[in-house]
Structure formats: structure tokens, C-alpha cells
Design a binder for this molecule. Structure first.
Ligand code: SF4
Length: 233
């Protein structure tokens, strides 16, 4: 019972944060990877602003299951989806750099995630994310409302833990990416994501063995480095 009421409180708090964000920022979007955290925030927004712009970055290295899930949810929830893609195709990038995700994953994420997201965010005053504090060492310092590169970032489920997310998904019978049922705990691009439990943190199956924890979407210095399309070749 205590756990139930704690979860309900977190849910109500997140809804209030979203209502505040929507009424405060006329030009607002949600950045969705369509992982479990994104679907929770999208579901919370369904009652508050169902037509919000949903930004999805298709890196070209996505799992086919993720692409299929994005299409399914777009159709079922009538999402106002805005897909952004990198300046270079995968083929162009591999012709110039080879397997950049092995050689220099920061640069690969810079080209394939940060640059297109920077382009997308030029149209908004604020963006909503599904970041949570317990995901990584870096994320434990995130705030519910932050500023990054001059744009307000709102993290409405920052205080939720991994179990809270699954509890919400199960209680509300929300569709989720089928890769979770294949043992993936955190989802990203196919070449950089492993199934299974690789470490203490939820995102340890991402860029395993490299020490990298973040793609750079939430790091100010990455935007400064990769925000210009003229730098991507
Ligand atoms: S997650 Fe991997 S494949 Fe995807 S953009 Fe980053 S380095 Fe490249």
C-alpha cells in the first residue's frame, strides 16, 4: 500500500510538472527514443497535450524492432511525430570513416544524434525528456528543470526509478519495445547495445567496455562541438 501511494505521488507530481511546462512554453516538444521511459512520458502527456511535437532521431543504426515500434505507437496513439536524420547516410559515413561507432563513438553520436537533435531544437523554447536520476552516475545530478544550450529542458520523471517505470507500464498496459523481452535493459543503436546485465547501472549494456555512458544529447559541450552541419563531414 505504501509503495502504491508513493508511485501515485510520483505520477501526480510528473503530471503537474508537465502541465506547468505546457502552459509555460508555447514552443515545446518531447524528445523520444521510444524506450520505456519515453513511452511513460508520452503516455502521461496523452491527457495533457496529445498533439505535442514528438522528436525522434533516426540514426540509421536503429534496431529494426525499434523502427517498427515507433511506427506502431505513432499509429495507435496518433502521435505528431517529427523524424530527424543525420546529414550523412550510414553508407556515406562508413565510406569516409569506417565503423566510427567502434573507432570514435563520441564522434559517431555527435554526427548521428547530437547534430540532428540540435537542428530540431532550434524550433523550440523547451524540450521534455525521459531522463531519470538513477540511470547512470552522470544522471544522478540532473534536475527536473534545467537549462542546456539556452533551451529549457524538463525531466518530469527524473525521480522515478527503473522499477517505477515498469510498474507504470504494467499497470496501464502500455505497449513497449519488444527488445526488452529479449533481455535488453536500456536501448540505443544496434551496434552499441547489448542484451543482459553488464553492470550496476541500467545503461551498462550501452557502449560496453568504452567507459562512455552518454550519447551527448544531454551534454552542453557536445552541442557546441557538433551543432553545425558544416562540421559533420
Ligand atoms: S549509439 Fe553507436 S551507432 Fe548510434 S550514433 Fe552513437 S556511436 Fe553511433
Amino acid at each position: 500500500m505504501r509503495e502504491e501511494s508513493e508511485n501515485l505521488n510520483k505520477e501526480l507530481e510528473s503530471k503537474e510538472i508537465l502541465k506547468w511546462a505546457i502552459s509555460t512554453f508555447p514552443k515545446i516538444c518531447i524528445a523520444a527514443s521510444f524506450g520505456k521511459d519515453s513511452v511513460v512520458v508520452l503516455h502521461l502527456l496523452k491527457e495533457i497535450k496529445p498533439d505535442i511535437d514528438v522528436i525522434y532521431i533516426d540514426t540509421g543504426y536503429e534496431f529494426p524492432e525499434t523502427i517498427a515500434f515507433v511506427e506502431k505507437l505513432k499509429k495507435e496513439w496518433n502521435l505528431n511525430l517529427k523524424v530527424y536524420r543525420p546529414a550523412m547516410s550510414v553508407e556515406e559515413q562508413e565510406k569516409i570513416y569506417g565503423k566510427l561507432y567502434f573507432k570514435d563513438p563520441d564522434k559517431c553520436c555527435g554526427f548521428r544524434k547530437v547534430e540532428p537533435m540540435g537542428r530540431a531544437l532550434q524550433n523550440y523554447d523547451a524540450w521534455i525528456t525521459g531522463l531519470r536520476m538513477d540511470e547512470t552516475e552522470f544522471r544522478k545530478n540532473i534536475k527536473i528543470v534545467e537549462s542546456q544550450n539556452g533551451i529549457t529542458k524538463i525531466n518530469p520523471i527524473a525521480r522515478w526509478c527503473e522499477a517505477d517505470v515498469w510498474d507504470y507500464i504494467n499497470r496501464n498496459r502500455i505497449p513497449y519495445n519488444p527488445l526488452y523481452d529479449k533481455g535488453y535493459r536500456s536501448l540505443g543503436c544496434k551496434p552499441c547495445t547489448l542484451a543482459g546485465k553488464w553492470g550496476r547501472f541500467e545503461r551498462a549494456g550501452r557502449w560496453t567496455g568504452t567507459g562512455k555512458q552518454e550519447c551527448g544529447l544531454h551534454l552542453e559541450e557536445y552541442y557546441q562541438k557538433y551543432s553545425s552541419t558544416t562540421d559533420v563531414k
